[in-house]
Design a protein around this ligand. Structure first.
Ligand code: NAP
Length: 458
């Protein structure tokens, strides 16, 4: 895949970039390693000051950075602005909390291990490779980079090939904020060059956010090298609506949960599982609200849904929906690509899905919602858990016993009650099953790339 910015709203190639050659890759790995030695010797207070200064720079750049995101991958401009500001918030969160998250933990009763004292501490691992996707070009990276740098690790970013300008923006951001040169750098490389970087002895670990095939490939290299890996992969999150739910609120939130980021979010609700008693009313409300969405130029502030980020992504969506229609799915609205320039797809609601349709098991990365009718709560849970993914989930109910039962029973990394899944710096984020392993954000996220060192003293 060429390393290039192709504006998905127009289909026009705005800028292409040369990949780094072997000498430049080597120079950057060596610099990341020497920066690690320098960074490890600094205090949390010093790193916190640099992180806050980097957040200030990002906030000052909000207009230009947001425009860059929208031009590179097509999200509506207000959502791009929100992404930039969320990154700054996350940076400040780790600047403020890294030290307490990584504080020594002393054993209350060291005599039980024949010691005068015993404790654990967190040491950084070293250079960490980050392989990242295009859907949140700044947020996905910063949610790794902020905790990694605050812990004293350094980072090498291999960003998705269609967001090179975002990658180059991040290449300088932390150094501009004061971090030692080389603490966080971009490698402009294709996916075929990732394995060799991960095999380098100076690279100690890897985090990948992206698709399941990419995760399998990178995890197998990490496994062969006995290197720590965190995988944040796809999702096909259920959004369950039970009879006690407020249907108007549930359907409004359901639309947002499906179409945010033009439907290209790992934690987007993708399968709407509705109890039969309220199915018809929910389907009516939901379809009406999806049909009313404004699709168009993502730089126009009235636009609610922009284009699919790449022509390949748009074509995959066409295949998935056409397969379902050919096998008998009912199209309640949409169901087709929009003719003309750019990679637009009509917001779509499908019903009458059967297990032979690809869409039942595969992730839909675009504004396409699948509606399922559940006969009772056991049936709703069965449908929710039948996917191979397990990222997040949402349940709408006001019945306390039912709420507790769903929280215990859903196979996913998170459950949101009467709301939609959102990532927050304060809450751990990650999945199970084919959605990956490990956690980002909160205290759990900063500890992933640390050595939990045990100290015992006679
Ligand atoms: P992708 O094709 O897997 O690409 C993600 C990154 O992996 C890109 O940098 C890509 O580089 C690289 N890559 C692809 N194949 C690789 C391989 N075999 N070896 C090494 N690197 C490889 O995914 P995407 O289409 O960009 O992103 C969408 C996917 O990400 C969806 O499945 C979505 O659910 C998932 N996602 C998950 C989370 C989460 O937190 N769980 C968050 C956001 C997105 P190139 O661009 O050069 O191919």
């Amino acid at each position: 895949m060429a390393i290039a910015t192709v504006n998905p709203a127009t289909g026009v190639t705005e800028q292409t970039f040369e990949a780094h050659d072997a000498a430049e890759i080597e120079r950057r790995i060596a610099l990341a390693q020497s920066a690690f030695v320098a960074l490890k010797a600094t205090t949390y207070a010093q790193r916190g000051d640099w992180m806050r200064a980097s957040a200030d720079l990002l906030e000052a750049d909000v207009a230009d950075a947001a425009r860059m995101l929208t031009v590179e991958m097509g999200k509506p401009i207000a959502q791009s602005e929100a992404e930039v500001l969320k990154c700054a918030k996350n940076m400040r969160f780790y600047a403020d909390n890294a030290e307490s998250f990584l504080a020594d933990d002393r054993l209350d009763n060291p005599g039980s291990v024949n010691a005068s004292s015993a404790w654990t501490r967190y040491d950084p691992l070293g250079v960490v490779l980050a392989v990242m996707p295009w859907n949140y070009p700044l947020w996905q990276v910063v949610r790794f980079a902020a905790p990694a740098l605050m812990a004293g690790n350094t980072g090498l970013l291999k960003h998705a090939s269609n967001v090179p300008q975002s990658a180059l923006y991040l290449d300088t951001l932390f150094e501009r904020g004061g971090f030692p040169a080389g603490s966080f750098m971009t490698l402009l490389i294709g996916s075929g060059a990732v394995a060799a970087v991960l095999e380098d002895r100076r690279v100690k670990a890897v985090t990948l956010t992206g698709s399941e095939p990419a995760g399998r490939s990178v995890a197998s290299t990490a496994g062969a090298q006995i290197k720590k890996a965190v995988l944040e992969l796809g999702g096909s999150d259920p959004f369950i609506v039970m009879p006690s739910a407020d249907l108007d609120a549930a359907s409004t939130t359901a639309v947002k949960a499906r179409i945010s980021n033009n439907g290209q979010s790992c934690i987007a609700a993708k399968r709407f599982i509705v109890h039969t008693d309220v199915y018809d009313e929910f389907a009516r409300l939901f379809t009406a609200k999806v049909s009313a969405l404004v699709v168009g130029d993502p730089l126009d502030r009235s636009t609610e849904v922009g284009p699919i980020a790449t022509v390949g992504g748009r074509d995959e969506l066409v295949e998935l929906v056409d397969d379902a229609i050919a096998k008998g799915a009912e199209v309640l609205t949409g169901g087709r690509a929009i003719d003309g320039a750019g990679y637009f797809y009509a917001p779509t609601v499908l019903a009458g899905l059967t297990d032979d349709m690809r869409i039942v098991m595969e992730e839909t990365f675009g504004p396409v919602a699948s509606l399922y009718r559940a006969t009772d709560r056991d049936d709703a849970l069965r449908i929710a858990n039948q996917t191979t993914f397990g990222l997040s989930s949402a349940v709408w109910t006001t019945d306390q016993e039912e709420e507790d039962w769903f929280i215990r029973s859903i196979d996913a990394g998170a459950v949101f009650i009467n709301g939609m899944t959102v990532s927050y710096p304060e809450l751990p984020f990650g999945g199970i099953k084919d959605s990956g392993y490990g956690r980002e954000l909160a205290a759990a996220g900063i500890r992933e790339f640390c050595n939990l060192k045990t100290v015992w003293k006679a």
